[in-house]
Design a binder for this molecule. Structure first.
Ligand code: 4AZ
Length: 286
């Protein structure tokens, strides 16, 4: 299986893009696995809702235990990918992890900046299908609230930020090369939302996976380049100042014709509202 989410389950660190370089026309073909994912370093103050998920017990301390990304959608609620919390990633059910933390307000994982907040509850979307990756989201409850300024608005159904061609940015501490070079500092990569038709053609089923428009969206550039990668899973894709996607899966990183696939946040909003009824509506715009 080439689908990267499978690799993520085995080697859960994910990643983002680095400084890069689109191969010159006429250059020798670059092996797809070595394509550098194009992005740039950013300070977390530019995207304060971007958080790192950490367990030093499970992943060691060299990168503060970072293993996935996440995004604050309320002062005590962080969204991440369901596949980040699989038994095969964590080695135990998430609610049994004693040192599962969210790191907020920290650009360089190895600095003491920002804060590390304990996770008091984890809820994996009961509709998540690990076979198709549909519904790849989970909600973490924080033991201590973040400032309101660190919360991003979720884009609801019909939000124009989902329109194909919209510029979007993905954030994370994942692999910047596709070769396991996990970032110490937060990176971002700029790309465009792609049409459902194009995404479905890129992932028609079979070993590369199926694009399911109801619960996924895809983003990238036709020639490849900027993309999320291992270690970035669960992190934010933001357009027009609103959250539209969570890093979920893809065929490798930055490959032409293989855009990154994201959990569609409007579907997360719908599922959370349906689950919460009228008591605690976590609403997105429009
Ligand atoms: C991963 O393994 C992963 N290029 C995440 C995103 C993408 C590929 C792999 C998209 O977590």
């Amino acid at each position: 299986m080439r689908r990267s989410v499978v690799r993520a389950l085995i080697r859960p660190l994910a990643l983002v893009a680095a400084t890069t370089v689109i191969p010159l026309v006429g250059a020798a073909p670059v092996s797809a696995d070595n394509v550098v994912v194009g992005g740039f370093p950013v300070d977390v103050t530019q995207a304060p809702w971007t958080v790192a998920l950490s367990s030093r017990d499970r992943f060691g301390g060299t990168r503060a235990g970072q293993f996935c990304g996440g995004v604050a959608v309320a002062r005590t609620a962080v969204l991440t990918a369901a596949h980040c919390l699989g038994d095969d990633v964590l080695g135990a059910p998430p609610n049994r992890m004693r040192d599962l933390k969210v790191i907020a307000g920290r650009t360089d994982l190895l600095s003491g900046e920002g804060e590390e907040i304990a996770v008091s509850d984890t809820r994996v979307n009961p509709g998540y299908d690990s076979g198709t990756n549909a519904g790849d989201f989970a909600v973490l409850t924080l033991a201590k609230p973040l400032p309101q300024s660190a919360v991003v608005t979720m884009a609801g159904v019909g939000d124009p930020a989902y329109a194909p061609g919209t510029e979007a940015l993905v954030y994370g501490w994942g692999d910047t090369t596709g070769g396991g070079a996990y970032a110490r500092g937060l990176h971002a990569a700029r790309m465009r939302v792609l049409s459902d038709d194009l995404c479905a053609r890129a992932y028609p089923g079979g070993p590369q996976g199926s694009y399911l428009a109801a619960s996924m969206l895809c983003a990238g550039e036709a020639i490849g380049g900027p993309d999320a990668c291992q270690g970035d899973s669960g992190g934010p894709l933001v357009a027009a100042g609103r959250l539209i996607g969570l890093v979920s899966w893809g065929n490798g990183c930055g490959r032409p014709g293989s855009p990154g696939v994201y959990t569609r946040v409007s579907e997360v909003v719908r599922a959370l509202n349906a689950a919460a009824g009228d008591r605690t509506r976590l609403h997105g715009r429009s």
